[in-house]
Design a protein around this ligand. Structure first.
Ligand SMILES: [Cu+2]
Length: 312
C-alpha cells in the first residue's frame, strides 16, 4: 500500500517530453502467490537486507512500455523496495540525469547508468534510439552494496521497451543548466558525527545503530531553527547504508557531484561523507534512518528534535 506523488515547481522546465512515474519495488511472495513469513530468513537475513523475490514496476511484473524513436520521456523513478538497489541502464542508450529527491539538479548529466537506493528518487530523460519494431529489455542487475550482495544474483527482466512503428522524431536538446542551487553556508555550522554501526550477537542476533546505539536506547539529536549543521556520516561496516532524513533536504559536501538537494544518500562501505542541513523552519520531532528497512528495524534509526528559534 504505497504510491508516488509529484510536486511540481512552476519554475521547472517543461521541455522534457512525456512524463512518466516509475515506482520500483519488490515483494516477498512464494511460488504459489502467498506471502513469505515476516521473519523469513531469520536475523542474519536482516544483516544483508532482504530483497523481495518478485520485482515490480508500478505494481506489475515486467510491464511493457511503448516508445517512439526520438520522442523523449522524463522518467521520475522512485525506489520503493525495502533493500534492493536499482540500476537503470539500457543497451545502446545513454540517460540524461536531471534531478532527483527534490526536483531538478543544478545541471544535467549524461550517464550510462543510474543507481537508485531504497528511498531515493531519480529523474532523467530517456531518449529512445532504437528503430521502429525493435524491442529491448531493461534488466535489473545486482549492485554491489556490501558483503555477498552480488553473489548468485542473476539479472532480472524489469521492463520491456518496444519502439512503435511510427516515424521517428528528432529529439530536443536538453539544457545543461537547469536550476540555480546556492551552496549552504557552513560557517559556524554545528558539527555532528554519525557512525553507522552493526553489532553481531550470539545466535542469529543482529543489531544496528548510530554510534553503536540502536534507536530504542538512543536520545534524540537536537537542533534549533535557524541553525546549520554539518553531519559526517561514517560507514566502516560491511554493508552500504542509504541515509535518509525526514523533514529537510540537505546538500552533500562533495565537489565531484552535481549540486542538488537530497534527502537520501548512499554511504558506501568504507567511506564517509558530509551533508549540510539548514534548519530553516519546521520545528518538531523528525526521524533519520537507514533506508534499507531491515537495517532500520534492527536499530539503525534515530530521532531529531528541532526546537523553535526562541525558547526552551
Ligand atoms: Cu543500512
Amino acid at each position: 500500500m504505497y504510491g508516488g506523488f509529484v510536486v511540481e515547481d512552476p519554475s521547472d522546465l517543461k521541455e522534457f517530453g512525456d512524463d512518466l512515474v516509475l515506482l520500483i519495488s519488490d515483494i516477498s511472495i512464494d511460488f504459489d502467490g502467498s506471502f513469505l513469513p515476516e521473519n523469513n530468513g531469520g536475523g542474519f537475513s536482516r544483516l544483508f537486507g532482504r530483497e523481495g523475490r518478485v520485482l515490480l514496476v508500478n505494481g506489475k511484473v515486467l510491464p511493457r512500455l511503448k516508445v517512439r524513436k526520438g520522442k523523449q520521456q522524463r522518467w521520475r523513478v522512485i525506489n520503493a523496495a525495502r533493500s534492493r538497489y536499482v540500476r537503470m541502464s539500457l543497451r545502446d542508450h545513454y540517460l540524461t540525469r536531471i534531478g532527483g529527491d527534490n526536483g531538478l539538479a543544478a545541471y544535467s548529466e549524461v550517464v550510462p547508468r543510474i543507481i537508485i537506493t531504497p528511498g531515493e528518487r531519480s529523474d532523467f530523460v530517456f531518449t529512445p534510439s532504437n528503430d521502429p519494431g525493435v524491442e529491448r529489455i531493461m534488466r535489473w542487475g545486482a549492485v554491489n552494496r556490501g558483503f555477498g550482495t552480488t553473489d548468485f544474483r542473476p539479472p532480472v527482466n524489469m521492463l520491456v521497451i518496444e519502439t512503435v512503428d511510427e516515424a521517428p522524431v528528432i529529439p530536443a536538446e536538453i539544457p545543461s543548466q537547469l536550476r540555480s542551487i546556492e551552496s549552504v553556508d557552513i560557517t559556524n555550522a554545528v558539527e555532528q558525527s554519525l557512525e553507522m554501526t552493526i553489532e553481531l550477537g550470539g545466535e542469529d542476533e543482529v543489531s544496528m545503530g548510530f554510534n553503536g546505539i540502536p534507536y530504542w536506547s538512543m536520545s534524540p539529536l537536537e537542533a534549533r531553527v535557524g541553525e546549520t549543521h554539518v553531519w559526517t556520516l561514517i560507514n566502516n561496516s560491511d554493508f552500504n547504508h542509504p541515509f535518509h532524513l525526514h523533514g529537510y533536504f540537505f546538500q552533500v559536501l562533495d565537489q565531484s557531484r552535481v549540486p542538488e538537494w537530497k534527502d537520501t544518500v548512499d554511504v558506501p562501505v568504507g567511506t564517509e561523507l558530509k551533508i549540510a542541513i539548514k534548519f530553516e523552519d519546521r520545528p518538531g520531532m523528525w526521524m533519520y534512518h537507514c533506508h534499507i528497512l531491515d537495517h532500520a528495524e534492527v536499530g539503525m534509526m534515530g530521532q531529531l528534535l528541532v526546537r523553535d528559534a526562541e525558547g526552551p
